[in-house]
Design a protein around this ligand. Structure first.
Ligand SMILES: [Zn+2]
Length: 254
C-alpha cells in the first residue's frame, strides 16, 4: 500500500503487550502502528497522539503484512497536498479538435463525475458491467503510479489517485453510450469499449490531446508516444505533472 494524504486519527488504543498500539484512521478503521521494534511504535504513537489532539491532517504510509494493515510512517506536514477541493475547467484546442477539460482536485485526489446516457436497448446488466469495467480500468491505470512531493527533498509524499463517479446530474462530462463496435471519442463510447479505451477517453477529460498519428493533423506533437493517449496503454509522468504543478511541487514515481 502507498501513502495517503489528508488523513485524520480519531482514536488511540493500546494494552500491556509490547508494541501493541493501534489508531483509528478515519475512513479506514483500526490500524496497527509498526511493531517491528519498540522505538517504531513509540515514535509513531507520539506523532499520532499529537495529530489526534490537534486535529492535524497527516500523510500516512500503510503496509499489509500477513492480513494485518500496519502504519509504518506518519508525516505531520501541513502542506499544499491537502486543502480545499478545486473545480478545474479549461478549454483544450489541438489541431482541428477542441473540448473542455473538467474535474475536481483535492490535494492529490482527482475526481471526475461522468454521466453515461445509454442508448435504448442496452439492458441494465450490461450497463452495470460496463460501469464496473470502465471504472476499474480507468482507476487502475491512472492511480497509484505517481505522486506529488509535498516539501523540498520530497520527504513528504502523496500518491496521485484518480476516481470516477458515475452520476445522473452535476456531471463534469456527459457521455453517450451506443451499441458497439464503433469508433469512440470523449463524449461517445460504445458497449465494446474496454477499460483501456475508457482510460484514453478519461485522459481527454483531464485535458490531454491524442498522441497517435492522424492524417488530419500532420504536425501533431508529441506523436506515437506509446502512452495511454497514443495506444491506450501507459500513463507516464508527463501526463500527471499538471496535478502536482497545481500545488507547485515535483512529481515522483511510486
Ligand atoms: Zn482520443
Amino acid at each position: 500500500m502507498a501513502v495517503s494524504c489528508g488523513r485524520y486519527i480519531d482514536a488511540l488504543w493500546c494494552n500491556d503487550q509490547r508494541s501493541n498500539v493501534w489508531v483509528w484512521l478515519r475512513g479506514s478503521g483500526w490500524r496497527k502502528l509498526d511493531d517491528r521494534n519498540d522505538d517504531a511504535s513509540t515514535n509513531l504513537l507520539a506523532i499520532a497522539s499529537a495529530a489526534k489532539a490537534k486535529g492535524w491532517a497527516v500523510s500516512v504510509h500503510e503496509e499489509t503484512r500477513g492480513s494485518t494493515p500496519y502504519i509504518t510512517e506518519i508525516y505531520d506536514f501541513s502542506n499544499g497536498a491537502v486543502g480545499p477541493t478545486e473545480s478545474i475547467s479549461f478549454s483544450v484546442s489541438e489541431c482541428i479538435y477542441g473540448w473542455t477539460a473538467a474535474y475536481d482536485q483535492r490535494g492529490t485526489q482527482i475526481t471526475v463525475r461522468i454521466r453515461l446516457d445509454f442508448d435504448a436497448g442496452i439492458d441494465a446488466t450490461t450497463q452495470a458491467n460496463l460501469r464496473n469495467t470502465w471504472r476499474s480500468g480507468i482507476e487502475n491505470k491512472w492511480s497509484g503510479r505517481f505522486g506529488c512531493c509535498t516539501n523540498p527533498g520530497c520527504i513528504g509524499r502523496c500518491v496521485l489517485n484518480f476516481r470516477v463517479e458515475w452520476v445522473n446530474s452535476n456531471e463534469h462530462h456527459r457521455v453517450r453510450v451506443r451499441v458497439g463496435p464503433a469508433r469512440s471519442n470523449m463524449t461517445t463510447w460504445d458497449t465494446m469499449d474496454t477499460g483501456d479505451v475508457a482510460s484514453h477517453e478519461f485522459g481527454h477529460m483531464l485535458g490531454h490531446p491524442d498522441e497517435y498519428s492522424d492524417s488530419n493533423c500532420p504536425s501533431r506533437s508529441p506523436v506515437n508516444t506509446g502512452t495511454v493517449m497514443a495506444d491506450n496503454t501507459e500513463v507516464v509522468e508527463r501526463l500527471v505533472r499538471p496535478f502536482c504543478d497545481r500545488h507547485g511541487v515535483a512529481v515522483y514515481t511510486v
